[in-house]
Every structure is written in structure tokens, then in C-alpha cells.
Design a protein around this ligand. Structure first.
Ligand SMILES: Cc1cc2nc3c(=O)[nH]c(=O)nc-3n(C[C@H](O)[C@H](O)[C@H](O)COP(=O)(O)O)c2cc1C
Ligand code: SF4
Length: 218
């Protein structure tokens, strides 16, 4: 596949640089997802890349294998949808099958996300970690480190999930757009929850800046 070859060349270049990491994104409407090969809603393809979960996973698996061949020592991570949240979209069981096939293909870690990943209205201690159920199930099934993104706002909730489940890592986006120094703040002992209010206005601004930070600078 041309895409797989392109990813392999990119991986070789990244491997020679200090980046040393590759993360295919397999959600819809972005990068690999643009081709929609993995979406049941578009499973009308009748060739080797359409239909069954295995066929729809083939492109991503070939890319992982291609990157692994091109850069054997590189850490390959993948951000994937646990569900598409759309009629006839990918369901969690299919996502689980896909993740386990990716592990066999040579993946090193997997980040669990979902369609419409930036859920609004997250409140600390109330509704954090909205993809946790799938990530917990995946972490039970795979030997790969599982990373969970989506709605982490408080140290307490983050510590609890790391203590109570097999999930190995947590990642954040909007809290760091709002407060780039959040990890440093927490490490310094100020453990108040993230100030991000999950309004998603940063999607509307040039450069995806936080509207509150922009206002503070005026
Ligand atoms: C402005 C903005 C741009 C984003 N762009 C991408 C993207 O290009 N690819 C992607 O996989 N996720 C993207 N995300 C989603 C985040 O990586 C993350 O999965 C999501 O916001 C949930 O995590 P959070 O609650 O910590 O923000 C974006 C999020 C924001 C706020
Ligand atoms: S605009 Fe700021 S407060 Fe609103 S979601 Fe984005 S980072 Fe969070």
C-alpha cells in the first residue's frame, strides 16, 4: 500500500531524528480515518480492505508492520476509537478485536479515544475519564501499555484509575491548552483540579488557543 510505504519512510526519518515515536491516528475524519476503511458504516468495499473487521483493519496493520520493518527500534503507538458513537459505527467489541490484531502486528502502546473525543461539560470528580470502561476491558486483554485520554481534570480521579485498573498511562489535551504548566503546578503541591471548563471554544480560535488565556492576556 502506498500509504504504508509513506509511513515507513516517515518512520525511518523520525527514527534518525530525536523524535523516536510514531502514532498512527485511526479515528474517522482524520488521517487514516479519512479513508474510512475501518468504519462499518462504509463497509461497502468488497476487496481485501472492506467488510470484516480483519479486512477493515488491514490498512492500519500493514502500516504498523511497514513502520516496524523500516524502523525496528521505534516505539509505535496508536490512538484509536473505542466506539464511533454513530449508527452502524464501530462497536467496542470490534474495536477490541482490532486492538488485539494491532498488538500482533507489532504495536508498542495504544491510546484509547473515541469519535467526538472532546466531550463538553466535564467536571472534576463527577464525569472524568469517559472512555474508561473500554480502556479497562482492553487493559485486561492486552499486554500492551494502555493510555487513556478524555476528560481527566483532577489528580484524585487520575490516581484512582491508575491504582485500581490495569490502565498504565493517562493523557490530557484541553487542560494543557488552558494551563500548559498544569503538571508543574501539581508537582509543586497545588493540586486543585484543572481550570479547563471543557467549553471547546479552543476549536474555534486561531491556533487552537484557549479563550480564557487569550482574555487574560488582554
Ligand atoms: C483544539 C483541539 C484539537 C484537537 N486535535 C486533535 C487531533 O488533531 N487529533 C486527535 O486525535 N485528537 C485531537 N484532539 C482531541 C484530544 O487529543 C483529546 O483526545 C480530547 O480533547 C479529549 O481529551 P481532553 O479531555 O484531555 O481534552 C483535539 C482537541 C482539541 C481541544
Ligand atoms: S477554550 Fe480553554 S477552557 Fe474551553 S475547552 Fe478549550 S482549553 Fe478548556
Amino acid at each position: 500500500m502506498r500509504r504504508g510505504i509513506g509511513e515507513g519512510h516517515a518512520a525511518q526519518r523520525a527514527d534518525k531524528s530525536d523524535l523516536g515515536k510514531e502514532q498512527p491516528r485511526t479515528a474517522p475524519a482524520e488521517r487514516l480515518g479519512e479513508q474510512r476503511d475501518r468504519q462499518p458504516v462504509d463497509k461497502r468495499r468488497t476487496d481485501a480492505y472492506g467488510g470484516s473487521v480483519a479486512n477493515r483493519s488491514r490498512l492500519v496493520l500493514e502500516i504498523i508492520e511497514g513502520v516496524r520493518r523500516a524502523a525496528p527500534g521505534m516505539h509505535i503507538s496508536m490512538k484509536m476509537n473505542c466506539t464511533d458513537f454513530m449508527p452502524k459505527g464501530q462497536r467496542p467489541q470490534q474495536a477490541l478485536e482490532f486492538a488485539l490484531m494491532a498488538e500482533q502486528a507489532g504495536l508498542d502502546s495504544i491510546e484509547v479515544s473515541g469519535n467526538g473525543t472532546s466531550v463538553a461539560g466535564i467536571r472534576a470528580g463527577v464525569n472524568e475519564g469517559y472512555f474508561r470502561r473500554f480502556a479497562e476491558a482492553l487493559a485486561e486483554e492486552t499486554a500492551l501499555p494502555v493510555i487513556l485520554v478524555g476528560g481527566w481534570r483532577s489528580l484524585e480521579a487520575m490516581q484512582a484509575i491508575l491504582d485500581e485498573t490495569e490502565i498504565g498511562f493517562l493523557s490530557m489535551a484541553r487542560p494543557l491548552v488552558r494551563e500548559p504548566d498544569l503538571p508543574a503546578r501539581w508537582l509543586a503541591g497545588d493540586t486543585r483540579p484543572a481550570e479547563c471548563v471543557s467549553c471547546n471554544m479552543c476549536y474555534q480560535t486561531p491556533g487552537h488557543g484557549c479563550v480564557f488565556r487569550m482574555r487574560e492576556r488582554l
